[in-house]
Write a protein that binds this ligand. Sequence first.
Ligand code: HSE
Length: 311
Amino acid sequence: MPICIRSPASIANLGPGFDIMSLAIIEPYDDIYVEVRRGGNDDIKFVGSYSHYLPSDYRATTLYPVIEEFRRVTGLEFSVRVIVKKEIKPASGLGSSGADAAALTYALNKLLGANLDYKSLINIAASGETAAAGVPHMDNVAASLLGGLVIINPVTGDFVKVEVPSNYWLAVVLAGSKVSTGEMRRVLPSAVDMKDLKNNSAYVSMLVYSLITNNREILGKALMGDSIVEPIRAKFYPHYQVVKDTLLRIGAIGVALSGAGPSLFGVFDREPPKDRISELLNKGGLRDYILIITRPSNVGVHEIPCKELNT
Ligand code: HSE
């Protein structure tokens, strides 16, 4: 029997939490149909609004390493038929590849009765990110798998899921482009100053505390307090300042790059006015962008009726 899985997009880093935290969001999401067979070849197809962004050879996508890694870890022999309905824009900073890797890993675990725990699932799904970024990073796949705000130690794989209070809204602005996540990682330093370590560690801790306790002022400072990664990456994105200024002017608690960019997101404690944001972005000279108003999702990958995929 095939199963169909819905997998939420995610916002990694949240300012100071480079590679150690990510937040699942309700929209956008990808839907994936997965069927397991005994023999035959793997058959992977992309449909949906952004399917044309994916390479035609599935071996070049993030799904191939996931399938291979699943075979290696479990020792099981199988082939898969997968249809991905791609509604999360690839390379936008919303964990597009991670969402698919998470969904496929979850589906294989279920269909093959492998009973792997979440730590193993995160590891397998993260191997898919190697195809996208050159090195595996676990933050996006962990958030898509578990939902909520996931804090993960990429050194040990230990993680914790934090339920996000229901009052938050997010405005996500997809604009500009990036060379690749891998490239946006190569521009970062391989070592950091102790001063920056202390700064970011303090703001990461405050971010989690203030998010849960609704401390607006500290949350804003924490989201915008990264002194290591975002200041470097921001220079690559000409739209960075106008988007940040606009979202802050409209009342965002804080604004930061989503993952490695190019998207930025603002956190709000009420529904942000879409028309007014568009108006100000247009006034600021931004022409080509997609504005998504969404909310944190405390639910990660989950089964849906296959008829919803409509494939
Ligand atoms: N933590 C990763 C990075 C997320 O910032 O490179 C990429 O989506």
